[in-house]
Write a protein that binds this ligand. Structure first.
Ligand SMILES: Cc1cc2nc3c(=O)[nH]c(=O)nc-3n(C[C@H](O)[C@H](O)[C@H](O)COP(=O)(O)OP(=O)(O)OC[C@H]3O[C@@H](n4cnc5c(N)ncnc54)[C@H](O)[C@@H]3O)c2cc1C
Length: 445
């Protein structure tokens, strides 16, 4: 994915030689950290390796906890994002006959959040709003971190451009294959067994295909254009998410974003033939008396593949030997998991907001504490950040894994048992409420 080049490449600006906080990565995590620091008046510089204002567009689902978190930084930002996407008050799963299997009701959270829905707003649009929220603070594009070292109680970060920036805090918001994490020597572990994992073993890696497509005819009524709905067939899940129209889209033929988990390694740019094949395989086992079939794909507007596994950084913090400079991880740099439940971008944004708060607290503590108390303050403030966000990451990874199991092919009896068990369980109001509570992330706010 990644044809949404909405921002022209800005003219190169030179990087300042020093700053308090250097944020590496201008994806949703880095941008949110920048917003949190800007609100608190902490000087920072944000950079990204890519040349233009664009990150590969992947995520779509923005949950209530993310809107609450962004709203606490800037209420208008949360409103802008929810107005720019499609608000879905429910997540509905259909069976192969397109009968409602279960419906997770985010609208039942109305007494706990101002945003009792999830918003289907593609990641590139969320990032655009976050960048606009930064106002005069621009991202320095086209700067790839290649190394870093401790010099005079600061980290000096070196870029492929040859520029060097010294910073007291370096935020690693540089995604899945984080250079900052690697340079800091922070290992990735299995989130539950804690067995060291880096690099991802092929055995644990999962492959996914994502594409924005047009269909021949409107989708069946059971798959409305204003709600998050998926179809659980025995041969695997079909997720045709409604997404807002992009510039140049034909009126009356709305795009859908489809996701497929695949067993083999998919082509790097899945084409119409490949995607149609996946769709047909998943519909093949639907009983003839079942609902209306999903029509043929007529155009692929954008497509991509991604591969991920389960992982959690062994720590989110690495401090320089002097104790006066710190590397802090957030977002995909700190954790990896599949896209089940649409959690990754949300987790990164919420990590980043908490990290901005921790850095601001640490920054002001350093200005007023005696040397002997500074080390203790560092321990306490950053450990609190790490413990809290690691615990949330473990829970979110667990939920994403449970969702992935639900979405896996389950032929014959296994499929029948799964379908009926889910139907039964989610009929229990407390279980349904708990599912909404966890998926929306409101459990962790
Ligand atoms: C196909 C797919 C579907 C997904 N669906 C969902 C979903 O529905 N909901 C959801 O919440 N999440 C979803 N996710 C996950 C979501 O996209 C990620 O969790 C999210 O992008 C993480 O944000 P981030 O800012 O931490 O990292 P990224 O978005 O990866 O941003 C990292 C940035 O760091 C930059 N960078 C990397 N290395 C360097 C370097 N050495 N120097 C300088 N800059 C560097 C990169 O250019 C990039 O811009 C999905 C992911 C994929 C792949």
């Amino acid at each position: 994915m990644g044809s949404y080049r909405t921002t022209p490449t800005p003219p190169p600006m030179s990087l300042p030689p020093a700053t308090e906080v250097l944020i590496v990565g201008a994806g949703p995590t880095g941008l949110t950290c920048a917003l949190g620091l800007s609100k608190r008046g902490i000087p920072f510089v944000i950079i990204d390796a890519v040349a233009a204002g664009h990150n590969e567009s992947r995520a779509v689902v923005v949950h209530s906890c993310t809107l609450e978190t962004l709203g606490a930084i800037d209420e208008s930002l949360a409103h802008t994002i929810s107005a720019d996407g499609i608000r879905s008050p429910t997540l509905t799963a259909l069976d192969a006959k397109q009968r409602v299997l279960f419906r997770v009701q985010f609208d039942k959270l109305a007494d706990r959040t101002k945003y009792p829905y999830c918003v289907l707003c593609p990641q590139h649009r969320v990032e655009k709003h976050l960048r606009q929220g930064l106002g005069r603070h621009e991202v320095y594009w086209g700067r790839r971190v290649v190394s870093l070292q401790e010099v005079h109680g600061r980290y000096e970060v070196v870029f492929d451009s040859g520029e060097v920036v010294a910073a007291r805090y370096v935020v690693g918001a540089d995604g899945n294959n984080s250079t900052i994490r690697t340079l800091a020597g922070i290992r990735l572990d299995h989130p539950f067994t804690k067995v060291p994992l880096d690099p991802i073993s092929p055995k644990d890696a999962l492959s996914f295909v994502v594409a924005d497509v047009l269909f021949e005819n409107p989708l069946p009524e059971a798959l409305p254009k204003d709600a998050l709905t998926l179809v659980l067939s025995d041969a695997g899940v079909i997720i045709p998410l409604p997404v807002p129209a992009e510039e140049g889209d034909e009126a009356g033929n709305p795009r859908r974003r489809i996701y497929f988990a695949v067993a083999d390694i998919p082509p790097s740019k899945p084409d119409l033939h490949y995607l149609q094949g996946l769709l047909e395989t998943r519909q093949a086992n639907a009983p003839p008396a079942g609902g209306q079939p999903i029509p043929r794909i007529t155009r692929v507007l954008d497509s991509g593949r991604f591969r991920t596994g389960l992982a959690l950084a062994e720590t989110y913090i690495c401090s320089a030997t002097s104790g006066t400079a710190h590397i802090l991880l957030a977002g995909d740099a700190a954790h990896r998991h599949g896209p089940g439940g649409g959690q990754g971008m949300n987790l990164g944004i919420c990590d980043a907001a908490a990290l901005a708060e921790a850095i601001a607290e640490h920054h002001s503590a350093m200005a007023c504490l005696t040397d002997s108390r500074k080390a203790a303050a560092r321990e306490e403030i950053f450990s609190r950040y790490e413990q809290r966000r690691m615990a949330v990451a473990r829970e979110v990874i667990f939920v994403a894994e449970e969702m992935a199991k639900v979405e896996k092919p389950a032929p014959g009896w296994a499929g029948w048992v799964r379908t009926n068990l889910l139907w039964l369980l989610l009929k229990i109001p407390a279980v349904n409420q708990m599912a909404a509570w966890r998926l929306s992330g409101m459990k962790y706010v």
